[in-house]
Design a protein around this ligand. Structure first.
Ligand code: C2E
Ligand code: MG
Ligand code: MG
Ligand code: MG
Length: 283
């Protein structure tokens, strides 16, 4: 609308600045202050062993709630933060907070075996990520093997420094998961050189697993690949018992999804899993 009004002789914004553009700018400005204003927080989603139902870890998922905008999805604000570079501050805050939370649960009597934290390409390409991880582990006294960093295939493929970073992580004892696996373009030959621990089958393949034979074939291929490369495989976005049964039948024993639990606040995770007798059977 701003555009057409512009042609009529007046305009409030740059010619290509429509309502969406204005909202974007406003959102970017608000996002910059979000950490200091305490608007950023984490939810945690359980990862479980399908057969026993026991908790094998959680994934930290960042949340932003702003008085003006309400709650904004990370699908919206993470790409924005990546463009503005603000992702580095968010990412650093997320990593520290997630590792601290492990200590709080430990003290409360809930042992969450692993904390998975997402990293964006901007964080890795900056080259300061390995020292940051080491610093956070030291500061929070979290054992390195209890931290697992998640990167997508594109982070690995498009970042010059990724290889060095991945090897540094491995040397520290920190785990590495490839997120959204199957949606990117990583070559298997390349992947084979990397000390990767986990492949996460993308939710898009799980969704129609029992209905779409292509998705089914892809899921099975990823499970097989994991087996032959001695990696563990976690299925993302598992929502139904049918999907879980399919996965188990094909040798994938780990899952994350609404069937087992939505991302929740730390207190809620403690309530749901802290009383669970299965916690004592954690290997
Ligand atoms: P992701 O890392 O692949 O995270 C999984 C997403 O799937 C989460 O969305 C989660 O809430 C959602 N999900 C989990 N189980 C189910 C299910 O059964 N059904 C459906 N429909 N969805 C399910 P969320 O929290 O909206 O996060 C979206 C993406 O935003 C993440 O995808 C990740 O790429 C990014 N993200 C989230 N937190 C962070 C962060 O701290 N740092 C960075 N760099 N990216 C983050
Ligand atoms: Mg993830
Ligand atoms: Mg994913
Ligand atoms: Mg994703």
């Amino acid at each position: 609308q701003a555009k057409s009004r512009g042609r009529n002789g007046y305009q409030f914004y740059a010619p290509d600045m429509d309502g969406e553009g204005v909202l974007r700018l406003r959102m970017e400005a608000l996002l910059r202050r979000a950490i200091e204003r305490g608007e950023i927080f984490l939810h945690y989603q359980p990862q479980v062993d399908i057969e026993s139902g026991r908790l094998i870890g959680v994934e930290a998922l960042v949340r932003w709630t702003n008085p003006e905008l309400g709650s904004v999805s990370p699908v919206r604000f993470i790409p924005m933060a990546e463009e503005t570079g603000f992702i580095n501050q968010i990412g650093e805050w997320v990593l520290l907070e997630a590792c601290r939370q492990m200590g709080r649960w430990d003290e409360a009597g809930l042992v969450v075996p692993k904390m998975a934290v997402n990293l964006s390409v901007r964080q890795v390409e900056r080259g300061a990520m390995a020292p940051q991880v080491a610093r956070v582990l030291a500061e929070t006294s979290l054992a390195p093997h209890r931290l697992q960093l998640e990167v997508t295939e594109s982070v690995i493929m498009n970042t010059g420094d990724a290889l060095a970073f991945v090897h540094e992580l491995h040397a520290m004892g920190v785990g590495l998961a490839i997120d959204d696996f199957g949606t990117g373009y990583s070559s298997l030959a390349y992947l084979k050189q990397l000390p990767v621990d986990v492949l996460k089958i993308d939710r898009s393949f799980i969704k129609d697993i029992a209905l779409d034979s292509d998705d089914e074939a892809i899921a099975i291929a990823i499970i097989q690949l994991g087996k032959s490369m001695h990696l563990s495989v976690i299925a993302e976005g598992v929502e139904t018992e049918e999907q879980a049964a399919f996965l188990l039948r094909h040798g994938c024993t780990r899952a994350q999804g609404y069937l087992y639990g939505r991302p929740v606040a730390p207190g809620e995770l403690l309530q749901e899993w802290g009383q669970d007798e299965r916690r004592n059977t954690v290997a």
